[in-house]
Design a protein around this ligand. Sequence first.
Ligand code: NAD
Length: 234
Amino acid sequence: MRADVPRFADFERVVLFSGAGMSAESGVPTYRGAGGIWKQYDYRRYACQDAFDRDPEAVWEFHNFRRGLVGACAPNDGHRIVAQAQKALPCVDVVTQNIDGLHQLAGATHVVELHGSLWRLRCDACGATTHTRDAPLIDVHCPCGAFWRPAITWFGDPLDDAVFSEAARLIAGCDLFVAVGTSAVVYPAAALPQLAKRGGATMVEVNPEQTDASDLYSVHLRGTATEMLAKMAG
Ligand code: NAD
């Protein structure tokens, strides 16, 4: 493991690849580990297309619970450092697995949301889309009368092809790849870091713990997102 800390400013094309740990210090529960919400809720009943087709009201109850939890959270210093780096440096892109919108709330302007957004809604009946941070969302119906569907990737959903291609293009072309707070086990997103490695990028993992993907990285920054991103920006 290398002990030196790569600086954002020393690279031409930086990609920050974030997962649930990026928002842990904002109070958003991670997926796995202590407080992970899937320990309490069975995804088959609340977060997949079959569940929505069967009982959209129960799915909305769960998503309104999530909107309430996440809506009460504010961006942390890590989100702010990334947004600041995007403004100060020529090419810093964010590819996130998170659906919480906290990168954008901190001021980041170019964020590829691999798994969609908790705040975006789409209507699969008429094709309408909308964006609202209301938490809870009181009227869960599109003006056409059908239920809105949260525009997020549920268990078993394919990823949006155009979004995935954009992420792959940015990652394959970067010279610094920083994975922050992801256990990197959820495919196909978990395949993306390999593109950066193949492209010759300097590979940095920011995570207080070792992950199944740690071997892919040459630099391991074992600490929290806020602490380690501050060092990379310094
Ligand atoms: P994960 O929950 O599987 O893993 C989280 C990782 O973050 C762990 O490796 C943990 O060690 C690390 N971590 C915890 N606290 C940290 C901190 N302060 N700083 C840095 N790292 C920290 O998350 P995942 O790999 O992102 O996969 C879960 C899936 O569920 C993804 O699609 C994810 O986006 C989604 N999800 C999103 C949110 C959100 O939008 N905030 C929350 C939960 C899950």
